[in-house]
Design a protein around this ligand. Structure first.
Ligand code: PMP
Length: 434
């Protein structure tokens, strides 16, 4: 699929050159598949810099950025306080592989914020966070089975990659070569928001279930909020069987609300996976949970988990700065209001164009599906018109707005998206032919 004809000179020659070079030395030219624009076609843009709500590609084009490093940025690109905190930390040493006081500072903030987290261990990516939480749940319960939901993405670990959202959804991959049959057998999938399906799994195999892993607001098949009672229903089923409930709050943590979805929905998980916002845009993530569960981790308990760069001082300092900004400015009501205004305007514009569009939103998390029905699960999300999304993507790009390059991803706002940026997004959509 080629880029829609642009009414605006949108030259990306240097990105094309870099993409050609990158493909020679990096598979597909990218280090994470969705970055490759495979779902929308065209050449992935190579970025030169970012500031606030904007990014500039290597050809000098400026875009309002609605990706924000896939949700890692809450305060826009290169926020001066976060950058300064990282510089200050780096000057004192970029990595020790030994404990620092900074880790206690960030851990204490996370424990204070999240009702389900008494203790936390830092890792470097959301993948590691969810993978380690599943291992811990298996180690604690002595059971093997992990239940996950179709279209939820928890990173690319073997146990959690089947029928995933995000990249696998974008590329229509049900699983992946390289995951053993044994690993696939130990993971069982259910449709999101389908409590009955989970009840059936528990009725048949409840004694084998170690963990139910869920995105409490699904955000990797586009945004799909939990149906009323869904999360509580999972809590009850886990309690009845002795399985542990894992909320993957890699996206929702410190974004849906400071205290994550567990605060917003009042359902407390046993384990929580975190990443993105808490890393301030650096490779920093964590998993946490109940003290009695977390104390099964080595070196206190027998469940092994480790990392050379875990709790890296530069990344942790950036995370502290990000969370302190969130405490100081309480950006959540403003973000939600911006999302509400933007989605209401978009809904009106698509309606007036006669383009069927369903916009799902939970607080400031939202995405658009080109379909006229409700989107409650992966099947609904998949049946939306993703070719139309690709056309919208290229139309917006040609008008200076960078949407996520897949209809299975959320549109990410940060505090730096003000009235001017919202107007630019809407102005661009106004000339979209559909
Ligand atoms: N869980 C969720 C909910 C995610 O959205 C992601 C990444 N988008 C991950 C886990 C994996 O995180 P990472 O890419 O940092 O490994």
């Amino acid at each position: 699929m080629s880029a829609a004809a642009s009414p605006y000179p949108h030259v990306v020659t240097l990105s094309e050159e870099l993409f050609a070079r990158a493909r020679g030395v990096i598979p597909g030219g990218v280090d994470s598949p969705v970055r490759g624009f495979g779902a929308v076609g065209g050449t992935p843009l190579f970025y030169d810099r970012g500031e606030g709500a904007y990014v500039w590609d290597v050809d000098g084009n400026r875009y309002v950025d609605l990706v924000q490093s896939w949700g890692a940025l809450l305060f826009g690109h290169a926020h001066p306080e976060i950058v300064q905190a990282a510089i200050d930390a780096a000057k004192k040493g970029t990595s020790f592989g030994a404990p620092t006081e900074l880790e206690i500072e960030l851990a204490s903030r996370i424990v204070a914020a999240l009702p389900g987290v008494d203790m936390v261990r830092f890792v470097s990516s959301g993948t590691e966070a969810a993978m380690s939480a599943v291992r811990l749940a298996r180690g604690v319960t002595g059971r093997d089975l992990a239940v996950k939901f179709d279209g939820c993405y928890h990173g690319h670990s073997d146990a959690l990659l089947t029928r995933s959202g995000s990249g696998p959804a974008t590329f229509g991959i049900p699983g992946t070569p390289g995951v053993t049959r044994g690993a696939a057998r130990d993971t069982i999938g259910a449709p999101y928001n389908d409590l009955e399906a989970v009840r059936t799994i528990f009725a048949e195999r409840g004694d084998d279930v170690a963990v139910v892993a869920v995105e409490p607001v699904a955000a990797n098949m586009g945004v799909v909020p939990p149906a009323p009672g869904f999360l509580q229903g999972l809590r009850d089923l886990c309690d009845a069987s002795g399985a542990l409930l894992l909320f993957d709050e890699v996206i929702t943590g410190f974004r849906l609300a400071y205290g994550g979805a567990q605060t917003a929905f009042g359902v407390t998980p046993d384990l929580t996976a975190l990443g993105k916002v808490m890393g301030g845009g650096f490779p920093n993530a964590a998993f946490g949970g109940r003290r009695d569960v977390m104390e099964h981790l080595s070196p206190v308990g027998p469940v092994y988990q480790a990392g050379t760069l875990s709790g890296n001082p530069v990344a942790v300092a950036a995370g502290i700065a990000a969370l302190d900004l969130a405490r100081r400015f309480d950006p959540y009501p403003g973000l939600e209001q911006t999302a509400d205004q933007l989605t209401a305007s978009l809904a009106g514009m698509f309606a007036s164009k006669g383009v069927p569009a369903t916009i799902n939103r939970a607080a400031s998390l939202f995405s658009i599906f080109f379909t006229d029905g409700p989107v409650r699960n992966f099947e609904d999300a998949t049946s939306a018109d993703h070719d139309r999304y690709a056309r919208l993507f290229h139309h917006q790009l040609a008008h200076g707005v960078a949407l996520p390059p897949s209809g299975f991803e959320l549109w990410t706002l940060g505090t730096q998206h003000g009235p001017e940026e919202i107007a630019m997004i809407l102005e661009a959509v106004s000339s979209f032919a559909g």
